[in-house]
Design a protein around this ligand. Structure first.
Ligand code: SF4
Ligand code: SF4
Length: 304
């Protein structure tokens, strides 16, 4: 594929913002025809960042590095990991959606369930739009979550794990850290959906403003909070973390509720993402202020 022009990080941000503002697919499909999303946070990570190999070693051999997924799906392109960039985005839940789910006690509010289905359909379209737009400019790209061989596997350590995780890609791209409930806490909070694309393009990575993968969670940073434990109707969150199987069973049960109550095929929960200090921002004051000051954490000490 012939490269036609150079592109910048701002070009990518504008591409994503433009799609959010103009795509007719950005809809909750409710009577008021509200948009599903109104903004995005965007970050970038290099394909040669050692974090990808660390994920693979931690999660399992089935978990792709950017080079693996790109090479499988763009086999004609011979690339090194350093020639790849992972473009990651966060779509924060809008205030009206968060507010609606705050009132939910067991199953999701209609607004939340609509975002889970129609908001994610937009997110799928956004991944396709980013891939297509990059390719039109001569930069081959792939959206790992849309790859035909993306899969979820049973894992002894994690109960379930997948070939690619949008939350982990976002963490690598400097967009957030993990909370007690496994959600990714971003500058706009934990109530969000994420997406990513791997492209053969050289863009400066976003610095990770944290040295600990749980730096934004009050439970891990300060030994307080635990509010998500009480919000979970399935008792899937404890001080030991998130029980994915209990959570999955609750999501399965929510299908019947959504169909019967809201009259569309959908599901969801997200009760642990609202009514908590990390709902719409970073609750750890020192981490939030460091991010606002654009400060990077000190590098880890040299190995003895
Ligand atoms: S609610 Fe509290 S304990 Fe749970 S993820 Fe958020 S900050 Fe951490
Ligand atoms: S952990 Fe799962 S079941 Fe519990 S509140 Fe969060 S999404 Fe719902």
């Amino acid at each position: 594929m012939k490269k036609i022009v150079d592109i910048s990080r701002d070009w990518i941000r504008e591409l994503i913002d433009g799609f959010i503002k103009t795509s007719p697919l950005n809809t909750m499909k409710n009577v008021a025809a509200d948009p599903a999303w109104d903004e995005a946070l965007v970050g970038f990570a290099s394909g040669e960042d050692p974090i990808w190999q660390q994920y693979k070693e931690y999660v399992g051999a089935f978990h792709w590095t950017p080079w693996e997924v790109f090479s499988q799906h763009c086999p004609k392109e011979r690339v090194t990991p350093a020639e790849l960039t992972v473009i990651s985005w966060i779509l924060p839940q809008r205030a009206m959606v968060r507010k609606a789910n705050l009132r939910a006690k067991k199953y999701p509010a209609e607004e939340w369930a609509r975002i889970r289905v129609y908001g994610e359909a937009f997110n799928v379209a956004l991944r396709r739009h980013v891939v297509k737009s990059l390719e039109e400019k001569g930069f081959p790209a792939v959206a790992p979550m849309l790859a035909s061989n993306w899969t979820i596997v049973k894992s002894q350590r994690f109960s379930y794990a997948s070939s690619w995780s949008e939350r982990h890609a976002a963490h690598a791209a400097g967009l957030g850290t993990f909370g007690l409930c496994d959600g990714l806490i971003t500058a706009k909070g934990k109530a969000m959906r994420a997406g990513s694309v791997v492209a053969k393009v050289s863009l400066e990575p976003t610095p990770r403003p944290y040295s600990d993968h749980r730096a934004y969670c009050l439970f891990f940073a300060e030994g307080t909070c635990g509010k998500c434990i009480d919000r979970c109707p399935a008792r899937a969150i404890t001080e030991d973390g998130h029980d994915k199987e209990k959570c999955r069973q609750h999501l399965l049960r929510s299908r019947e509720y959504v169909k019967k109550t809201y009259r569309f095929e959908g599901y969801g929960c997200g009760l642990c993402q609202v009514g908590v200090p990390c709902e719409a921002g970073i609750p750890v004051k020192a981490a939030r202020e460091a991010l606002e000051r654009n400060e990077l954490p000190p590098p880890p000490p040299p190995l003895a």
